[in-house]
Design a protein around this ligand. Structure first.
Ligand code: ZN
Length: 46
């Protein structure tokens, strides 16, 4: 049960969102950069 939970969490971390302006990691794709306030977020998947 806990193994399945852990696996789903790991899959979520395989994508990365990063501010296009300053390069800060942003947790949500639709979010706003906490550092500079930009809404231009780049989305990378591994
Ligand atoms: Zn930024």
């Amino acid at each position: 049960m806990f193994d399945q939970l852990r696996r789903s969490v790991t899959e979520r971390t395989e994508s990365l969102h990063e501010c296009r302006r300053c390069g800060t990691d942003v947790e949500e794709a639709d979010g706003r950069c906490p550092a500079c306030g930009s809404t231009e977020i780049a989305h990378y998947e591994f």
